[in-house]
Design a binder for this molecule. Structure first.
Ligand SMILES: *[C@@H]1O[C@H](CO)[C@@H](O)[C@H](O)[C@H]1NC(C)=O
Ligand SMILES: *[C@@H]1O[C@H](CO)[C@@H](O)[C@H](O)[C@H]1NC(C)=O
Ligand SMILES: *[C@@H]1O[C@H](CO)[C@@H](O)[C@H](O)[C@H]1NC(C)=O
Ligand SMILES: *[C@@H]1O[C@H](CO)[C@@H](O)[C@H](O)[C@H]1NC(C)=O
Ligand SMILES: *[C@@H]1O[C@H](CO)[C@@H](O)[C@H](O)[C@H]1NC(C)=O
Ligand SMILES: *[C@@H]1O[C@H](CO)[C@@H](O)[C@H](O)[C@H]1NC(C)=O
Ligand SMILES: *[C@@H]1O[C@H](CO)[C@@H](O)[C@H](O)[C@H]1NC(C)=O
Length: 898
């Protein structure tokens, strides 16, 4: 309402509004009292787009019956950030569809919903609902689709629900349900989808399941289910997806599995299954994914797998399989991964498998394969992972290794290989993750060509018979982090090369004639050690180190003291100036300085509106370490994002000219993945920075299912998330290139434009608060909780590797969909520790990555595993071990293109 209206007119307007509201009410509230129930729902949930109009049929997400006088038939409000009680929905007798998924609903599933006899579709998934599934829900006997997954529900699935005879899809995964899967599920005539993975369910899979209905999807992974896989599942031949990984199932794989011509996905790993894989598997011709690792399966690998022409992944690792890899598997044109490690397989290298042109991972490790490696060891350009370690292969490394142009990791350790390491190894420029030739009998000298492997991170040549000097060319291995040349016959001095000298002595030990750092053997002018001299040298070094540290600590302390004194003086000066000028603090904002850098926007931006927007909490978009952001609508209609710097950094304001210079400089830095300031306002002792409004909010909101400003959002898919990760990495790599360190990397500072391109924000903060430039107190500069690198505790400095760490945390957030700090990790655990300690807890990457992403497709999962590796490197505890951002960008691009 325009404030200029005279009071009498204002009163009239108010009356008119009141009257129209009263007139509208009876019409809407008419049928069956839905009006009252809807008003109650609105009070509790306050969904955006509900009201103020009284006609609830016009509210967003509400559908009413045609000509039904306002009877509500459907409510669709997914992803609106809703919380509160929604039991009033139980008083909408015509309701057929209720979708409140992906909100923040708490408390129990309302028993009142059991009154909805017409309800067919109920989706309450992805909320924070607790307590037991109410038995009263059985009253909604028309339910066909029930989704309660991803909540915190507990207790058993109540037996009363046997009344839901119409159920077609039942999803209760990702809760804390206990007890058994009720037997009556087997009797439901229409059940097509049963998904109850990631609970604590025990007991058997209901016998007879699959006999009464056309069951298509059964996903029960990560429970404590016992007993066998019922053969009834396959009886009618409709099953398409069977996922039972990580349970305690025993018995054999039923022979009837071959009846399911449409079965594409079988994942039954990490159970106690025994017996042979039935030959009938060859009849399941749609099979694309067969994963049965870590069981007790015996017999041979059935040749019949060759009939499953679409087979993409075959994982039979860690069983008791014997015999050879059947030649006919070479016919599997689509096979990408063959994993048979940890069995009792033998015979020669299965050459025919190299006819699978799409094979990118071949894992034969921990078996008893013997004989020579084939000359063309890669199937052309696709092979990425060759794991042949812990076998009995003999002969040399074939020169054909040079043809492995995409190889990322080569594991040949613990075999009987010998001869010289061929120079062709230097052609495998793609080698990145590991080259491990340890525990073999390699002889001769190290090829200089190793120096060409500039992406390689891990090199293990230990426990061989390699002689000669370490070639200086190895300094070309720019990415090397872990090296092990121990237990060979190397001689001479270790070349001066960071990754070498930073290694443990045990990386070079066991070479009698090797000297130099990191071995405590001085090379001297002549070889042969002079103990006395060594000793003196060492103590000299220790003394130097001690003096050095003292000087360093002293200068740090002086710096801190000087900064505090400087700040105090600044404040005094300013107060003195204020007193001189006779300034009084006034309530109305007194804009001191303001500028819009971009000429075309100068007309559109009104500084007073920017200031006023910060007075209303309702405009608040986010709250960061250094600033609070607000949404401001200009009189011109333009929407601007206004960032108010927190008062802790008043020093910034007192350094206006400097700040303005920095801002102007930043406004001219043009990188597509960095948020640019478009202007600023300085008033009283506040500074506002202006940016373009980012309609899709922040990565934090996207990942953790808050809603954005429009209340509209889809759960992001993996390709989108990966491209966001690459965007942020590119923005940060650019910052590092222009010698700028970011002070607050977090998912809350990653903004998404209308095309979901990601831009890193809060860049200017780094310029305004850089402690080395004396514009802020040191204690303010720590970044956001959960993203702070461990070394910050003792260095009190944000560094380039520190940025890499924080970025790694963002990557982990993307991969796991978890926050950097969550209660579920336990005492003293954050996301980084939780992920790094997963192997020690016996958890696989599967259990860390968000299953909603990683189980969608084989390709996504593979990319996620690759990105997980990058994230692990970025969050290494030792700063020196973390890669540079430029490198991170490369690794992510590689993951993306794989
Ligand atoms: C919940 O399950 C229903 C029925 O199976 C399905 O249609 C819906 O998409 C699921 N909801 C989510 C958010 O995945
Ligand atoms: C699941 O339930 C068990 C007991 O039934 C409890 O100890 C555990 O904390 C619960 N877990 C979660 C995540 O709620
Ligand atoms: C499977 O395990 C159950 C106990 O959980 C046991 O009673 C049964 O004999 C086992 N069956 C087989 C075939 O090993
Ligand atoms: C193999 O996959 C292709 C493409 O997805 C599909 O068209 C074809 O029907 C599948 N073959 C079999 C035997 O299922
Ligand atoms: C490899 O797989 C792709 C699909 O991923 C397919 O188009 C191509 O034909 C396969 N290559 C061969 C040699 O079969
Ligand atoms: C290299 O392989 C051996 C087994 O042959 C293994 O023990 C060692 O840990 C591996 N080295 C690295 C650095 O992973
Ligand atoms: C290097 O390998 C040897 C085994 O050959 C091992 O004992 C040693 O711990 C390894 N060193 C490092 C730093 O990994």
């Amino acid at each position: 309402m325009p404030p200029s209206l005279p009071p009498s007119r204002r009163g009239f307007l108010f009356l008119a509004l009141l009257l129209s509201a009263c007139l509208a009410a009876p019409g809407a509230g008419g049928a069956g009292g839905d009006g009252a129930a809807m008003q109650a729902l609105r009070r509790e949930l306050a969904p955006p787009g509900w009201g103020p109009g009284a006609d609830h049929c016009a509210w967003r997400g509400v559908t009413c019956a045609v000509g039904g006088g306002g009877a509500v038939t459907a409510i669709d409000l997914p992803r609106r950030g809703l919380r509160g009680d929604f039991s009033a929905a139980g008083a909408l007798p015509a309701l057929a569809r209720l979708d409140l998924s992906a909100n923040s609903l708490r408390g129990g599933v309302p028993a009142a919903l059991g009154a909805l006899a017409r309800l067919e579709f109920l989706d309450l998934s992805m909320n924070a609902l607790t307590g037991a599934v109410p038995a009263a829900l059985a009253g909604a006997s028309g339910l066909r689709f029930l989704n309660l997954s991803n909540n915190a529900l507990s207790g058993a699935i109540p037996d009363e629900l046997r009344g839901l005879r119409e159920l077609q899809e039942l999803q209760v995964s990702g809760n804390n349900l206990t007890g058994v899967l009720p037997g009556w599920l087997a009797g439901l005539p229409g059940l097509r989808v049963l998904s109850a993975y990631e609970n604590s369910l025990s007991g058997p899979i209901p016998p007879g399941l699959g006999l009464s209905s056309e069951l298509q999807v059964l996903n029960l992974h990560s429970n404590a289910l016992e007993g066998g896989i019922p053969s009834s599942l396959f009886q009618l031949g409709n099953l398409q997806v069977l996922i039972l990984t990580l349970n305690r199932l025993n018995g054999t794989i039923p022979d009837t599995i071959g009846r399911c011509r449409g079965l594409s996905n079988v994942r039954i790993g990490d159970n106690r299954l025994s017996g042979a894989i039935p030959a009938s598997i060859g009849d399941a011709t749609s099979l694309t994914y067969f994963e049965a690792n870590t069981n007790d399966l015996s017999g041979g690998i059935p040749t019949q797998f060759a009939r499953c022409a679409n087979l993409t992944l075959l994982n039979l690792a860690y069983n008791r399989l014997a015999g050879e890899v059947p030649d006919v598997l070479g016919e599997l044109r689509n096979l990408q991964e063959l994993i048979v490690s940890g069995n009792g397989l033998g015979g020669e290298f299965p050459k025919s498998i190299l006819r699978c042109r799409n094979l990118s991972k071949l894992d034969l490790s921990y078996n008893s394969f013997h004989g020579d490696l084939p000359e063309d060891i890669c199937n052309g350009p696709r092979m990425q992972f060759l794991f042949l370690d812990h076998n009995e292969f003999s002969g040399g490394i074939p020169r054909g290794i040079g043809g492995c142009t995409r190889l990322l990791a080569l594991q040949l350790g613990s075999n009987n290989l010998g001869g010289q390491i061929p120079a062709e190894i230097g052609k495998v420029k793609s080698l990145q993750i590991a080259l491990n030739l340890s525990f073999n009998h390699f002889v001769g000298t190290l090829p200089r060509e190793l120096g060409r492997l500039d992406k390689l991170v891990t090199l293990d040549l230990s426990s061989n018979e390699i002689s000669g000097q370490i070639p200086g060319d190895m300094r070309g291995m720019l990415s090397l982090i872990e090296v092990n040349l121990s237990n060979n016959r190397l001689s001479g001095s270790i070349p001066a090369f960071g990754p070498f000298q930073k290694s443990a002595a045990s990386s070079f030990s066991g070479n009698a004639k090797l000297c130099g750092d990191p071995l405590d053997v001085d090379c001297g002018p002549i070889y042969g050690s002079n103990y006395g001299m060594d000793h003196r040298k060492i103590s000299y070094r220790v003394a130097l180190a001690v003096v050095g540290s003292c000087v360093l600590i002293f200068s740090l302390v002086s710096l801190v003291v000087a900064l505090f004194m400087w700040r105090e003086r600044q404040e005094k000066e300013v107060e003195a100036k204020k007193a001189e000028a006779g300034e009084v603090v006034v309530a109305a904002p007194q804009v001191v300085a303001s500028t819009v850098f971009i000429e075309s926007l100068q007309q559109a931006i009104d500084f007073q509106s920017c200031v006023k927007a910060t007075y209303k909490d309702a405009n608040e978009l986010g709250n960061g370490t250094f600033s609070t952001t607000y949404k401001a609508v200009m009189p011109s209609g333009m929407v601007v994002c206004v960032k108010k710097l927190k008062s802790i950094d008043r020093a910034v304001i007192h350094h206006q000219t400097k700040m303005i210079r920095e801002l102007e400089r930043l406004a001219h830095i043009n990188h597509k993945n960095l948020v640019r300031p478009i202007g600023y306002v300085i008033y009283d002792d506040c500074a506002l920075l202006l940016h373009h409004h980012m309609p899709n909010g922040t990565l934090l909101q996207l990942l953790h299912n808050d809603c954005n400003t429009d209340g509209e959002k889809q759960k992001p898919d993996w390709p989108r998330l990966l491209s966001i990760a690459v965007d942020v990495a590119e923005g940060l790599a650019f910052l590092h290139q222009v010698a700028t360190i970011h002070l607050d990397i977090s998912s809350g500072n990653v903004y998404l434009d209308s095309h979901y391109n990601a831009l890193l924000g809060e860049v200017e903060i780094s310029k305004l608060l850089d402690p080395s430039k004396g514009t802020a107190s040191i204690s303010a500069v720590a970044g956001s909780f959960g993203y702070i690198p461990p070394e910050y505790a003792y260095t009190m400095q944000v560094t380039v590797p520190g940025n890499v760490y924080s970025y790694g945390v963002v990557l982990l957030e993307i991969l796991t969909s978890k926050l950097p700090v969550e209660e579920e990790f336990g005492e003293g655990m954050d996301l980084v520790k939780w992920v790094h300690t997963a192997p020690a807890r016996g958890e696989t990457p599967e259990q860390i990555m968000d299953p909603q992403l990683s189980t969608v497709s084989f390709a996504w999962r593979r990319q996620m595993l690759a990105v997980l590796k990058v994230a692990m490197l970025c969050t290494e505890r030792a700063p020196a071990k973390r890669p540079r951002m430029k490198k991170v960008v490369e690794m992510l691009q590689e993951a993306k293109n794989s």
